[in-house]
Each structure stands twice: as C-alpha cells, then as structure tokens.
Design a protein around this ligand. Structure first.
Ligand SMILES: [Zn+2]
Length: 120
C-alpha cells in the first residue's frame, strides 16, 4: 500500500467488525495502535516524523468469515521481521546529515505560554 489514512485505536486490541466496516466505508485504509499522539508530539517539538507500519491482516474491509486470530497476526509479523529490518536500516542510511524540511519550522512564530507567565 502506498499512501492512505491510518486510523489509530487504543490497544492492544483488534477493532470490532462494526468498527472495521465503518473505517472501510469511510475510505480509511489501515488500522493501528500507534501513531497518535506520537505524530502530534513530534510536530509540536519540530521533529521529523513518519510511521513505518507492518500490515498483519486485512481486518478493515473484511465482511465475512471468522476474522483474524492472534496466532495469524504473529505469524505474519514474524514472517515480515527481516523485511522490516531491511527497510528500517535503508531508511536510516538515507537520512541526510542536515535537515532541509519544514518540520523544524513548525513552531516558528508561535508564542508558548500565557501573558505574564513563563515569559509570555
Ligand atoms: Zn522533516
């Protein structure tokens, strides 16, 4: 999958079938348990952030059958561990020595604190 919308739910748990149907009906493409609030906090700190998701099942959009089991999810996860490791190391190697992106400027012009408190 290249691109899409990640729905973040509190876990650890699998979404209920009704949730999966709702997510899919709205065009949201993946469900995970991480990404929020990490993405928001990284943005507030001016850090670069991206997620690397390992899809373990096709829960969203599944309209019949028995769903997915923990054993099936773990089997896929373990089966993709080498691929995940390879992608992660290639990503780390490709990081530039100097950042040239908008992430570090997200707080430019923002005043933090209340007037008269903490220097505001
Ligand atoms: Zn960045």
């Amino acid at each position: 999958m290249d691109g899409g919308t990640l729905v973040v739910i509190e876990g650890p748990r699998f979404p209920a079938r009704a949730e999966s149907r709702w997510f899919s009906a709205n065009g949201w493409s993946a469900v995970g348990m991480a990404g929020h609030p990490e993405a928001v906090l990284a943005g507030e700190l001016g850090l670069c952030y991206t997620s690397l998701a390992l899809v373990t099942d096709h829960g969203a959009g599944v309209w019949s059958g028995d769903g997915v089991t923990c054993a099936e999810v773990l089997e896929v996860f373990v089966g993709n561990a080498d691929r995940l490791r390879t992608v992660l190391f290639k990503a780390l190697e490709s990081l530039p020595a100097e950042r040239d992106c908008v992430c570090s400027h997200t707080l430019d012009g923002v005043t933090v604190g209340l007037p008269g408190v903490l220097g505001g």
